[in-house]
Ligand binder design. Structure first.
Ligand code: DGL
Length: 245
């Protein structure tokens, strides 16, 4: 199987990292729309338009499946994209919700959802968790982490200051839903900030679990080949990929 992975920028590499640990696929074609990142500050119509335009990129490749490794796109554009595509397109929100459901967390445990402004505004995670009976949920827009990750900054002073800015009034959560694929890249810093206490729910691990269950994929003995493309500064994206992967 040859698959495509799409994100607004470098964040989807966190999903690629999880996919690469499992060797389900022969080839992974990654496309980051770095010319237009961030998507998370845009409105619904713009996110849909950008996502459909990104879909055209994959016309150049004969892929069997596309993973939108972007929560913002998954929240707004998944249906439109699937309507226009001959192969299935999976988002990361449903797998993330199932990952929490399958965890050992109790319904009253405090859960922190962090994501872009657009994803938080969509209310997709929060309403899905409430439907499952979780009662103690805090949703927070933390979009400043996106440009930091795009700059290849995953820890240190600026990351800590940003965490202080967002989290200083919060009590330590039992779980953090990394509702943006850029955030696993600062996962270690997040854990440090919260004294290694919370469980981190990560779109990459969640989609791997989802693929294993729903697609019955078998591991191959060979590593997948990875090809990275971007709408701007592909060298910058490949540099982050080398650092992260
Ligand atoms: N990585 C994207 C997500 O998962 C969003 C980053 C952005 O473009 O704002 O939502």
């Amino acid at each position: 199987m040859k698959i495509g992975v799409f994100d607004s920028g470098a964040g989807g590499l966190s999903v690629v990292k999880s996919l690469l640990t499992h060797n389900f696929f022969e080839e992974i074609i990654y496309y980051g729309d770095t010319a237009r990142v961030p998507y998370g500050t845009k409105d619904k119509n713009t996110i849909i338009r950008y996502s459909l335009e990104a879909l055209e990129f994959f016309n150049n490749f004969d892929i069997d499946l596309l993973i939108t490794a972007c929560n913002t796109v998954s929240a707004y554009a998944l249906d439109e994209m699937n309507k226009q595509s001959s192969y299935p397109i999976l988002g990361v929100i449903e797998p993330g919700v199932l990952a929490l459901k399958n965890s050992t967390l109790k319904k009253e445990d405090n859960i922190l959802i962090i994501a872009t402004r657009a994803t938080i505004r969509s209310g997709r995670y929060e309403s899905a968790f409430k439907k499952l009976g979780y009662t103690n949920i805090t949703s927070l827009q933390t979009g400043l982490f996106v440009p930091l990750v795009e700059e290849g900054i995953f820890n240190g002073q600026i990351v800590e200051a940003t965490m202080n800015y967002y989290f200083s009034t919060l009590s330590t959560p039992k779980a953090i839903i990394l509702g943006c694929t850029h955030f696993p890249l600062i996962g270690k810093s997040l854990l440090n900030y919260f004294n290694n206490t919370p469980l981190l729910i990560h779109s990459g691990d969640a989609i791997v679990e989802y693929l294993e269950k729903n697609y019955k994929l078998k591991e191959r003995d060979k590593k997948a080949t990875l090809k990275i493309f971007a709408s701007d500064n592909v060298a910058g994206l490949r540099k982050i990929a080398n650092k992260w992967l």
